[in-house]
Design a protein around this ligand. Structure first.
Ligand code: F1P
Length: 290
C-alpha cells in the first residue's frame, strides 16, 4: 500500500484528533478582518476557510496566493497555511505584513522558519504527512476550521470511515478527463481535488465554480469525462452535462468526505497508469527558492 493511501485512510482518526484541539484563535476572532494565505494545496484551503468564515458572519475575510499577495489593505490578522512551514513565498509574504498586524500560522511542523515570523501558531503535527501529495493535513485543517466557525462536524470522522469501508464507485481507468465543480467554500475543495489528480496521476483535470462550467469549459466534456460535483446541484445542470456524454457524479456525502473520494480517485488512477502516487513528477514537499 502506498504511503499516500495510508495517509488518506488515516483521516477518520486524524480528524477525530483534530477536533480535540482547544486553541482556535488562528482561525480569527469574531469581528477581525482576516487574510488567509498559502501556496498550492494550502492556497485552496485558504480559499475555503475565507468563504466559511465570512458565511458564518464572523468578519470580513480575504484570501490570496502567497506568491501574488502585496501589502496594501488593512487586516487585523494574516494567517499563513503551510504544512511544511518553509515555503519561500509564504515566508516572504509574512515578512512583508504591516507591523501591528497579528500574524498566525497553521502548520504541520514545530521547528521551521514560519515560527520566527508569526505571533502564534496552530501545529497539527499529528496530521503531517510523509507523502509529498497533501491529503490529511488540508482536510484536518478544514474540519477544525468548520468546528471553530460553528458548523456541526461531529459526525465527520464516522462518515469518512463508512465511505472508506466501501469500494470506490468507479473504474477510473475508463476516463481520460476529470472535472470538479464546487460553489462557495467547496470551490476551494474542487480546486484541491483537481490538483490531486494532476499531482498523483499526471492526468487531465479541471475545476470550476459550479454554474460557470456551462460558460465555456463544458465544450471539452465528452464520454471520457467524469464530472464530479461538490455539494448541492440543480437538476438542469446535471442534465446539461450528461447531454455531452460525460458521466456526472453527485451524492449526499459531506463535501470533505467527497474530497477524500477525490484523493482515492487520484491514487487509483495513478496506480491504473503504472504510477507511484508517492513519487509525483517534478514535485517536492515544499518549494524553497534560493
Ligand atoms: C505547499 C505546496 C504543496 C504541493 C507541493 C509544493 O506546501 O504547494 O501543496 O503539493 O508539494 O508545496 P506548504 O506550504 O503547505 O508546505
Amino acid at each position: 500500500m502506498s504511503i499516500t493511501t495510508e495517509e488518506i485512510e488515516s483521516q477518520p482518526a486524524v480528524w477525530a484528533q483534530a477536533l480535540l484541539e482547544q486553541d482556535r484563535s488562528v482561525f480569527g476572532l469574531p469581528g477581525e478582518r482576516v487574510l488567509f494565505l498559502g501556496c498550492g494545496t494550502s492556497a485552496f484551503v485558504a480559499e475555503s476557510l475565507a468563504s466559511l468564515r465570512e458565511r458564518a458572519g464572523l468578519g470580513e475575510t480575504d484570501t490570496a496566493y502567497a506568491s501574488e499577495w502585496k501589502p496594501g489593505r488593512h487586516y487585523d490578522r494574516v494567517v499563513a497555511i503551510t504544512r511544511s512551514g518553509n515555503t519561500s513565498e509564504v515566508l516572504a509574504a509574512l515578512a512583508s505584513v504591516d507591523p501591528g498586524t497579528l500574524r498566525s500560522a497553521i502548520t504541520g511542523v514545530r521547528d521551521e522558519a514560519v515560527h520566527d515570523l508569526v505571533d502564534n501558531s496552530l501545529v497539527l503535527d499529528f496530521a503531517d504527512e510523509k507523502s509529498v501529495v497533501q491529503t490529511r493535513f488540508p482536510t484536518s485543517t478544514l474540519v477544525l476550521a468548520r468546528q471553530a466557525y460553528g458548523y456541526d462536524v461531529d459526525g465527520l470522522p464516522d462518515a469518512a470511515a463508512a465511505t472508506l469501508a466501501a469500494p470506490f464507485p468507479y473504474d477510473v481507468s475508463q476516463f481520460d478527463h476529470f472535472v470538479y465543480l464546487g460553489s462557495g467554500w467547496t470551490y476551494g475543495l474542487a480546486q484541491e481535488a483537481a490538483l490531486k489528480v494532476r499531482e498523483a496521476a499526471q492526468a487531465w483535470s479541471e475545476s470550476y465554480p459550479l454554474l460557470d462550467y456551462r460558460h465555456g469549459p463544458i465544450a471539452v466534456a465528452h464520454p471520457g469525462s467524469l464530472v464530479w460535483i461538490f455539494g448541492e446541484v440543480q437538476p438542469d445542470l446535471i442534465a446539461d452535462i450528461a447531454a455531452t456524454g460525460a458521466t456526472v457524479h453527485a451524492d449526499d456525502l459531506d463535501p470533505l468526505v467527497q474530497l477524500m473520494q477525490a484523493q482515492r480517485l487520484a491514487v487509483a488512477l495513478a496506480e491504473s497508469r503504472g504510477l507511484n502516487p508517492d513519487t509525483p513528477r517534478h514535485l517536492s514537499r515544499s518549494v524553497i527558492l534560493s
